[in-house]
Design a protein around this ligand. Structure first.
Ligand code: SAM
Ligand code: SF4
Length: 423
């Protein structure tokens, strides 16, 4: 039987796209292999949001050159944000790659499959695997219209396009029938869902529809943009029993001039008011955010404002990235990347150290408490899952508990996870 191997780097969107390809290949009778040398079809799903990720993709691509030389019959394919409209340039750079297709542009991939007698894969078609994960990603919209000055995503993933509400409900129903318990709704600005659809449903409407599907235990959504987070949506999170009290709300910087240069569309004060409103409305809400340090022109004082926001807001989780100039973006074209790599690294490490202290403090408060966990996986002989607030919890049990909601008494905590025993 033919085998496939998929290597994915980057955001949850890429993971969801890779799952789509895997579902199609499984349906066509191929089987997954972890050993790339054994595969007949190799897909790399790339990310170029930061230079560091792009370097990893290029190295991975180079590592496949020898394999293609020794086995010319295999297909090597590249998708993800590295693939833009200039496919000829990529072909010149990586002549051993057989197939390039842009994220979500399934035509070229489908044509490759059809030429090999595989089933047709229609654009927009959703495929549900036989054994979906307990917690499954569901992309509810693609692309982004926001053009933050540092970000390459809109150039690579195109304009924002929301999927039809009924089609998403159908997919979730199907996933649940096959064993999924939690769905994580994905969009670059997930709270802008529906603005482009004829009847203009919004994310709160979609959450309400999904909340009524039998068998769904939990619903999450990410990533939200502060400018689109409506009071209606916040109330939906508070009122709908299956929607987890967990909001991912990137701030990116704590200084208003930096936010303006990033073209984020809000001030630090507006962000703070939004957080206050969320915390007043959604009891025990867990908040996570993204921060970029070392944006062009960022002074020590401006960075200190980001640190103040972290200190003041007490996020449960913070993704901290050093600014990386990306070709095509406004920041790369117009602003000098004048914060040195050393300064960026010092700021990144300072922000991370502060956040680790805050997360350790937040998690320590769970000591002695009993939490509800949806069991998602087994790692190193322990079961693991998440609380509604997205805390990773490990515990031991000899019984098979995958997909079940269990209660765990917390006995040990760290900034990154909780450990305990079944209550
Ligand atoms: N749409 C989301 C939002 O509005 O924040 C996030 C999507 S973006 C692909 C994921 C994260 O990558 C961003 O939140 C940002 O912190 C980081 N990022 C994007 N471009 C970057 C760049 N040029 N340098 C460093 N980090 C970057
Ligand atoms: Fe990138 Fe900004 Fe769109 Fe997020 S909202 S994907 S950071 S352009």
């Amino acid at each position: 039987m033919k085998q496939y191997h998929i290597w994915t780097i980057g955001c949850q969107m890429n993971k969801a796209d890779s799952d789509h390809v895997a579902n199609y290949l499984e349906r066509a009778g191929l089987r997954q292999t972890e050993i790339v040398e054994e595969a007949d079809f190799v897909l790399l799903n790339s990310c170029v949001v930061r230079e560091h990720a792009e370097v990893k993709v290029v190295n991975k691509l180079r590592s496949l050159k020898g394999l293609k030389m020794s086995r010319p019959d295999i297909t090597i394919a590249l998708t993800g944000c590295m693939v833009d409209s200039r496919i000829d340039e990529l072909k010149d750079r990586f002549p051993w790659v057989d197939l390039f297709f842009r994220p979500q542009q399934w035509d070229a991939f489908s044509e490759w499959g059809e030429n090999r007698g595989l089933p047709i894969l229609n654009q927009g078609e959703t495929l549900v695997p036989q054994n979906p994960p307990v917690s499954a990603y569901v992309s509810i919209m693609h692309g982004c219209d926001s053009f933050c000055t540092y970000c390459v995503v809109p150039y690579r993933r195109g304009r924002a396009r929301s999927r039809d509400l009924d089609e998403i409900c159908c997919q979730v129903q199907n996933l649940v029938q096959h064993g999924t318990k939690e769905v994580v709704l994905l969009g670059q600005i997930v709270d802008a869902y529906g603005h482009d659809l004829p009847l203009k449903p919004d994310l709160a409407d979609l959450l309400a529809a999904l909340n009524s599907i039998e068998g769904v235990l939990r619903i999450r959504f990410l990533t939200s943009h502060p400018s689109y987070m409506s009071h209606k949506l916040i109330k939906a999170v508070a009122d709908l029993d299956k929607v987890c009290e967990h909001i991912s709300l990137p701030i990116q910087a704590g200084d208003n001039d930096v936010l303006k240069a990033m073209k984020r569309g809000y001030t630090a004060e507006e962000y703070g008011e939004l957080v206050d409103h969320i915390r007043r409305t959604v009891l025990d809400v867990a908040l996570s955010t993204d921060v970029i340090v070392g944006f062009p022109g960022e002074t020590d004082e401006q960075f200190a404002k980001t640190m103040e926001v972290l200190q003041h807001t007490h996020f449960d989780k913070v993704h901290i990235a050093a600014y990386s100039p990306r070709p095509e973006t406004t920041a790369a074209r117009r602003l000098k990347d004048d914060v040195t790599p050393d300064q960026k690294e010092i700021r990144r490490a300072q922000a991370e150290a502060l956040q680790n202290m805050i997360a350790a403090e937040i998690n320590a408060a769970f000591l002695g408490q009993t939490v509800e966990v949806l069991v998602e996986d087994q790692r190193k002989g322990k079961w693991c899952g998440r609380t509604r607030g997205d805390k990773l919890v490990f515990f031991a049990s000899k019984t098979g508990l995958l997909g079940q909601l269990v209660r765990v008494g917390i006995e040990k905590t760290s900034p990154f996870a909780l450990q305990g025993t079944l209550a």
